[in-house]
Design a protein around this ligand. Sequence first.
Ligand code: IPM
Ligand code: MG
Length: 353
Amino acid sequence: MKKHIAVLPGDGVGPEIVTQARVILDAVSALFGHSFTYEEGLIGAAAIDETGDPYPQSTHDLCKKSDAILFGAIGDPRFDNDPSAKVRPEQGLLKMRKSLGLYANVRPIHTFASLLDASPLKREIVEGVDFVVVRELTGGIYFGEPRGRSDNRTRAFDTSVYTKEEILRVSRFAFELASKRRKKITVVDKANVLETSRLWRETIQEYAEQWKDIEVEYMFVDNASMQIIRRPSAFDVLLTENMFGDILTDEASVITGSIGMLPSASIGADTAIYEPIHGSYPQAAGKNTANPVGTILSVAMMLEYSFGLHREAAAVYRAVTRAIEDGHGTRDIRRDSPESTTEFGAAIARYIE
Ligand code: IPM
Ligand code: MG
């Protein structure tokens, strides 16, 4: 199979981890006889520095013509501490998601048996955790209008907006996914307070009629944030709006012991994006210490979701699992003599070969 992949390393540790993901893709293509070609594009602070735009047209054109997008991370402390900055790296990621119509963000949370003690939670709580968060990605308070400041700049406002159709399309995705898993969906909202949440509930209650074999449960977001820590193994598919999903997935990442381990896929109308859920981790940039597994598992999701290469995806999951079982790992998951990003990536590639 021939595939062209847009590679957007971005900021911070992005370039280092994306390099390891490419090492894995190369190992997979060599073993299974595929041909993957890569083309790099600018995004985030790196793109602002070079072009003034965090998502330049040339990057958009590259994304449109590619079969999948491998993305590293975005964010730079130069902008974080400057609330008056007009152009911000994060705008690049939001613009990319929106202009490619990627409304379903899939974030699987599962623990590795050999890493249970890396979690700050008790072993019996994190054992066997295996759920997927489906986060709506192109609506809600991230994009709603109006947004801005009053004339004297002492009042600020953001607006959360959802249409029935936006709720339905991401729900279709989540129900399909649940039907292939343990057939349970938890819809997380704040329907006791927010009108948008009431539209979510109403829409999904009606839609769920078509899926009699799927158990649907509704949970308020404050309670959900507690249950994710109290009994994470009770979740199968968690479906929620944009901002709740952003917050809950950072929380859920703690279960696995390191946010560096978690992959994601953003799927919708156009070319899908595959990226680790962690950020740019600027303190570690250029130090060759970041965990590449989140990005490598994102590649596994790419093989599965965008290319339909199930055996190849399974080979990547297996290689990561075995490498960790045999004690390989960066310092976030391995305290004694940790490996560098490149050593860990090379070790995983050897398990594929
Ligand atoms: C994420 C990130 C982004 C988001 C930021 C970088 C804009 O936190 O992908 O979870 O809020 O969606
Ligand atoms: Mg986030």
